[in-house]
Write a protein that binds this ligand. Structure first.
Ligand code: ARG
Ligand code: ZN
Length: 875
């Protein structure tokens, strides 16, 4: 039951117009739809019948051109409506009943608290009405909403409002019209008793746009950051990509039950409230950052996704990869570019590389799926963004801008493919991207093996690079990729040297140079060098690859101190720490060398640089990332090594860390979300983190004081997490105080659940089981599920992978419990177990048994079935 790219067929019918009429009621909503259908001149003719998508709809009436159909003229089953013998052009009326309050899958129209809302991407619209629910069918929508006025005073849909009036019986009606043709997945409606903050934006060409953010009334004081972010994003898209907004009104709605981050519905973005609501005392710097980038991401979709959309769901990265690239660039421009690059690469390495190495590895453009919801992945999003970034870098800024201009002009109003995107890149630049296209087609992370050799006699440094991409499911053999490889060579003084390749007459300026790899093995000879240089490879991470390069600890420390590329200073530090940690895993008696502490100290005391960057440099690789570096994961060894090194840092640098902690105290001015202030909090809380690994009374006192008196959630949360991990009466007291203070703020209570779920204390699983019984816990709220179950399974490696298999049993039980309610969330959770083959025999067989138990369960969703079955497929 897999869907395959090679089977794509254009739709037999097109839909020019849609008129929707809703009589909204949480228990029983009436949906009347009138579709203007017309045979697609570009399609091959089928058997004369037409199949529309539809699920969980109670059909009450059906008419073609005003004539009710008789039983023999149509057929209905679980997921479709078939019309036999139809004209080439006709109008179809259907009337269906749907049941929002019973919709726990949160796809289609559902109830969240007191409001009604929708999520249609990818295939949720078919749970609202019968339709050709595929992205290459683009129609003009008019939506009429009728509801009880007291209960649902606010009624929203896509486009511009064109009518509003009261009806009898305390009801009212609002009509919306969206002038832009769009696929059904971009449809949205909202009904509720909501408050809004308002602002205005004047576009570059002088169009006045009304901006509104709708939230539940108690949250109106948490919308300012979202509004500021929106206006910044709108301006940035005009300046950087020449993209203006195109309707009179742009709306955002915050919803507390939401499967994903947010959704770019035309003119009416619907958000997980986590990515809208923030006040300095309720949200951390990470939350502020997430809001800024998700608001931008969804706004940017207006052009990359909505005006130009995907032909089919295999092209998902056309909109997601490009839009992630755009939001990453936006965050880099409005914040700190260096820190942004590091956190993006950290995420890519942690999630995408591990996805590529597991049983669900797939190309940026997948070629088959069982359930498309399983393919909203790090590969499609984050690797997709890297693939766009590589093209931007290969073309250079001017040609890339010409290419995106061409893309927007050539394909406006169309549903297109990643191939169409690449062709615009080529047509606007003259570059040949034939080989580059493999980045869309082949899964797996390429591994580069580099070797350097210096010939003192001739002054030539030879760099040889081989590439190899391991097999992935369905792709046993890979062809070489076109890889941009940015490098520098450092002289003994730490300065960049000019990189002159053999045969070149001109001496280039000193700095970074981009080499292009195309063959399996390439060799570059740099001439005119007076001494052996220290190479700095993969500067700013120019391609989503792994690098193997034998470099001495001394060279890495040299790079850490001198590399002109901030990213590589960070990466050198990470490699050093990773080496040391893996040595500690293999040999628990290994002593952390003094020179490590010295290097750490001199970095820590270097106050000249960016504090946020410094915090990144001094943060150890996570236990999960270390696991990815081992052939067989040593769960306990990694946890022990990590703890040993953190404690050692805390002990041998105690005085310096205390100094940094004190020097970076706030100056009493109110919270600001600026790169400087964020950096200060980051380095200060990192210092406290190391100090708290072996705290004495003084340190513990500092931490408790920060917890009790911190004036912002970043500092309070940092202290709470340290106290909870410390345990004892201090930990218990802090958790209780925090709960009492914030019990009415559900996003803050999510943090309270998460901090306990990630606690590495031995009884963590029992705590989690206990918290499942807490009155505030609910399987019906995805944020809550993620903060307790998701965090335990993904951010608490040592306890989730406990050798007795308790964590695995717990996860499988939750997956089976959630699957009938919300398959998307169940399947996401299950993904934390799909890399079971990477662990030791005992754990393998425990995980394998749980996966089998799931797979043997009757009536699994397609979502969970696909993940469980692929996890168990032969390696
Ligand atoms: N398009 C949304 C975004 O990235 C995500 C929607 C995902 N929906 C889903 N059912 N998987 O911005
Ligand atoms: Zn997106």
């Amino acid at each position: 039951h897999a869907v395959r790219l090679k089977d794509y067929q254009p739709p037999e019918f097109l839909i020019d117009r849609v008129d929707l009429h809703f009589e909204l009621d949480p228990d029983r909503t009436l949906v009347e739809s009138i579709l203007q259908l017309r045979r697609n001149p570009a399609a091959t003719r089928g058997d004369g019948s037409l199949v529309l998508h539809g699920e969980q709809l109670d059909l009450e009436a059906i008419e073609i051109d005003g004539h009710p159909l008789t039983g023999s003229e149509f057929g209905v089953d679980q997921d479709s409506l078939t019309l036999h013998r139809i004209p080439d052009r006709f109008s179809l009326l259907t009337r269906v009943r749907i049941h929002p309050s019973l919709n726990t899958a949160l796809e289609g129209l559902y109830q969240s608290g007191d409001m009604l809302c929708t999520q249609c991407e990818a295939e949720g619209f078919r749970r609202i009405t019968y339709f050709l629910d595929r992205p290459d069918v683009m129609a003009r929508f008019t939506t009429t909403l009728v509801a009880d006025k007291a209960r649902f005073p606010v009624l929203l849909s896509n486009g511009n409002p064109i009518e509003a009036r009261d009806l009898d019986g305390g009801r009212h009606l609002v009509r919306w019209e969206d002038p832009f043709p769009k696929p059904s997945y971009l449809f949205a409606l909202i009904a509720g008793d909501l408050s809004a903050i308002e602002d205005r934006f004047t576009t570059a060409s002088g169009r006045e746009v009304m901006l509104k953010i709708f939230v539940e009334p108690q949250n109106v004081d948490k919308c300012d950051h979202a509004m500021r972010s929106l206006k910044k994003a709108m301006r940035w898209d005009e300046e950087r990509f020449g993209r203006e907004y195109d309707l009179d009104i742009f709306m955002i709605v915050a919803v507390s039950h939401f499967n994903m981050g947010a959704m770019e519905n035309k003119g009416l973005n619907v958000f997980n409230d986590k990515f809208v609501l923030a006040r300095p005392d309720t949200a951390t710097d990470v939350d502020f950052d997430g809001i800024e980038s998700v608001i931008a991401h969804e706004y940017f979709h207006n052009w990359t996704g909505n005006r130009i959309t995907c032909r089919d769901w295999f092209q998902l990265s056309l909109k997601e990869g490009f839009t992630v690239y755009r939001d990453q660039e936006f965050s880099a421009d409005v914040g700190s570019r260096g820190v942004k690059r590091i956190s993006d690469v950290r995420l890519l390495r942690a999630h995408q590389f591990s996805e590529d190495a597991g049983p669900m590895a797939h190309p940026v453009r997948p070629d088959s799926y069982i359930e498309i919801n399983n393919f909203y992945t790090a590969t499609v999003y984050q690797k997709g963004a890297e693939v766009v970034r590589m093209q931007a870098n290969l073309l250079g800024p001017e040609a890339f801008r010409r290419a995106t201009d061409l893309y927007f002009e050539r394909h406006d109003g169309q549903a297109v493919t990643t191939e169409d995107f690449v062709r615009c890149m080529e047509d606007a630049s003259g570059c040949d991207l034939t080989q580059f296209r493999r980045w869309y087609e082949q899964a797996g992370t390429p591994e580069l093996t580099a070797e350097g050799e210096f010939d003192a006699e001739t002054g030539v440094y030879t760099l040889s690079v081989r590439q190899f991409t391991p097999p992935t499911p369905g792709q046993p053999e890979k062809s070489p990729f076109h890889v941009p490889l940015a490098i520098g060579l450092l002289g003994a003084d730490g300065e960049d040297l000019p990189l002159r390749l053999e045969g070149e007459s001109e001496v280039p300026r000193a700095g970074t140079r981009v080499l292009e790899l195309r063959k399996e093995e390439e060799r570059f000879r740099f001439v005119g060098l007076s001494a052996k240089p220290v190479p700095s490879l993969l500067r700013a991470f120019p391609a989503p690859v792994k690098l193997r390069f034998e470099q001495s600890d001394e060279d890495l420390m040299f790079l850490m101190a001198h590399d002109s590329d901030g990213f590589n200073r960070w990466d050198a530090a990470q490699t050093l720490m990773q080496r040391l940690l893996l040595t500690l895993v293999r040999d628990p008696d290994h002593v952390v060398p003094d020179r490590f502490c010295d290097a750490f100290r001199s970095a820590l005391l270097d106050t000249a640089g960016d504090q946020a960057l410094l915090a990144e440099v001094l943060t150890l690789p996570t236990e999960g990332y270390l696991a990815d570096q081992m052939d067989v994961v040593d769960v306990d060894g990694i946890h022990r090594a990590h703890a040993v090194l953190e404690r050692r840092i805390g002990e041998c640098l105690r005085a310096d860390l205390l100094g940094v902690y004190r020097a970076n105290a706030g100056d009493g001015s109110p919270y600001a979300f600026t790169p400087q202030a964020v950096g200060r909090r980051a380095i200060r809380n990192l210092a406290l983190h190391y100090l708290m690994q072996a705290p004495d009374a003084e340190i513990l006192g500092l931490c408790q004081d920060q917890f009790a008196n911190g004036d912002n959630m970043t500092d309070v949360m940092a202290a709470l997490s340290l106290l909870a991990n410390h345990g004892g009466t201090e930990g218990k007291a802090a958790l209780e105080a925090f709960y009492r203070r914030w019990s009415k703020e559900s996003l803050v209570i999510d943090k309270w659940f998460a901090v306990q779920a990630s606690c590495s204390r031995e009884d963590a699983l029992n705590q989690v089981l206990h918290l499942m019984e807490h009155p505030d816990f609910s399987l019906r709220n995805p944020n809550r599920v993620r903060s307790l179950i998701g965090v335990f399974c993904n951010a608490n490696q040592v306890r989730f992978h406990a050798p007795d298999g308790g964590g695995y049993r717990f996860l499988a039980d939750r997956v089976l419990e959630l699957d009938p309610l919300n398959p998307q969330i169940a399947s996401r959770l299950l993904k934390s177990m799909i890399r079971w083959r990477r662990f030791d025999r005992v754990r393998q067989s425990l995980m394998c048994a749980e996966l089998h138990r799931i797979l043997d369960t009757e009536e699994l969703s397609k979502d969970v079935y696909e993940v469980a079955s692929k996890a168990l497929e032969a390696a």
